[in-house]
Each structure stands twice: as C-alpha cells, then as structure tokens.
Design a protein around this ligand. Sequence first.
Ligand code: HEC
Length: 218
Amino acid sequence: MSLRRKFVIPFCLIALTASLCLVSTDMAPAESELQSEFDQDLLENASNEFISQFARKLMKELIGTIDSAGTVAALSVCQQAAPRIAESHSNFGWQISRVSDKNRNPDNRADSVQMLLLRAFGDTASSKSDYFVQWSQQDSSIAFEYYKPIRVNNFCLKCHGGEGDIDDDVRTAVSKLYPEDKATGYSSGDLRGMFVVTVRLPEGLDYAEKLVAGDTIR
Ligand code: HEC
C-alpha cells in the first residue's frame, strides 16, 4: 500500500524545492490561522469525491464518443464537454479546473505558482506527493484549495502520446482545434497536469458534507 502524503502548502518550502521563491513569506502565518477554523480532513475527502465525480463524468463522455463516433469526433466533444462539466460542477462555493504546464487549451495553462506545484508532483527523484492543500483569504471569505496530479495512462496516448501513438487524422484535427497545442509526446505514467479544486468557506461547507455522505453532483 502506498503512503498517502499531504502537504499544507508551506510556500517557501515549495519555493525552496523548486529553487525559486515566487511567493511572499508573509502568507505563512495567516494560513495556519485560517486552517484551524475548519475541518481539513472533511474538505480533503470531499475534494477527492468531487474530483472523482468530475473525472468519471468526463471520461464517460469521452469513451462513449470514441466508441460511437471515433477519436476525431471525441476531440471536439472533449473541447465542449470539459468546460461544460467543470461549469456544471461550479456550485455551492465549489469550483474545479484542470491545468497543465503543457496545455492543449490555452485556458488551462498553469500559472506561476501552479507550475511550482506541478514541478513538485513531477519530481520522480524523491517520493511522489499525492496532493497539496492551500489556505488563503479571498475578500471576505476563506478559500481552501486542493491540488491533485493527473497522470497519463495508455488510453490517453491516442490524443496525448508520441509520434507512433496518434493517428494522422487525429493529429490534423488537434492542430486545427488547438493551433498552440503542447499536450503531446507523453508516455504512460507521465504527469499530465493537475486538478485544482477551490472551496469558498464557509459557503462550501454544506456541500462538503453532502459529498462525503455520497451525494452525486448533477
Ligand atoms: C479523444 C482525445 C483525448 C483523449 C483520449 C484524452 N484527451 Fe485529454 N484532452 C483532449 C482535448 C481535446 C483537450 C482539450 C479540452 C479543452 O479544450 O478544454 C484535453 C485536455 C486535457 C487536460 C487539460 C489540460 C490541457 O492540456 O488543456 C488534461 C489534464 C487531460 N486532457 C488529460 C487527459 C488524460 C489523463 C487522458 C487519459 C486518461 C486524456 N486526457 C485523454 C483530448 C483527449
């Protein structure tokens, strides 16, 4: 059984790991104060459930379209389905997105802090982290953020793999839909990006409880 690791993001530690300090150190004390007000285990469990439900829904549409209409058709379905499903999950103080350092959709480009997290997730020299957590104050509410890595498996290669994995018609369709695509050349097991879940508190607490109780997102 693999060890489950969690990190309340000590920003400077991350920055040190990455040898690059992009975030001011005065964020650190505020974080622990924010954190103590809420049940972090509940929020972590709910975030995992939220991600699973989102990923299952997206994967169902993707596989369904590949089976019925082929991979090229699935590209445009994916283009519409991913933002639509993310949007339909953005409710009750909860939000989800997928970001990458080698993004296909320009809207999914990781920002500079997210790049550091991706680097930490992708660090194969040390043990791999399962997720990161960050607390911050946003206007009048508190934000809990949960980051989980997305890794490539064989199924993904037909659209994100290397030369021999992607059919010519798929390659042509990708470059039409995404002229600045960076999301190819992956192998199974590679880090593809990460899920970013943001929960506004206290608004998001009720929904967190529903998620861990097994409620399904509509
Ligand atoms: C049918 C082709 C197809 C398959 C198979 C596929 N993807 Fe994608 N993927 C896409 C498209 C198209 C987008 C851009 C979606 C958008 O416009 O929001 C995308 C976007 C993504 C993103 C968001 C970041 C970005 O680059 O824009 C991630 C993460 C991702 N895919 C991971 C995966 C993983 C992991 C698998 C395998 C489990 C997979 N994909 C399988 C076509 C595919």
